[in-house]
Design a protein around this ligand. Sequence first.
Ligand SMILES: [Zn+2]
Length: 159
Amino acid sequence: MGFMDSLKGIAGKVGDTVEKGVKTGSDGYKKMAEKSRLKKEIAQAEAAVQNAYVEIGKKFAAENPENEAYKEFFDAITEKTAEIEKLNAQLFELEDKITCKNCGAALDKNSKFCAKCGEKVEIPEVPAEDVEVVDEEAAPETEEKAEEAAEETSETEAE
Ligand SMILES: [Zn+2]
């Protein structure tokens, strides 16, 4: 058997193996796709059930705000809602975002109007004090450096 023949032989064997792999792979793929389709449908149905329970809860809470038997849940909602607002405010600061004072929507720091409700955005002004403090600190330092530089220059000239 020549060199080219043995190469063809190897190529043939590799081809067989690849073909077998593709066949089992395609069966496996069908199964996988079917499994993921079923999982998706199950998740959607479960979400619909959860959502129905949430809606029942909201309706009940709105209709029975003073219900003592569910007080712990109402308290948790009040407490956690306040916590969410606080955390959101912290997050927005890191993301350079602001909240609309009218509807609470998250907006880009540079927005002029709320994208959700159209409310004009009032940009919080930078306190004038902060700017002045920076100037006061920067100015003497610059003067000192200028003096030092002047001294150095005169020393060099004297030599
Ligand atoms: Zn708004």
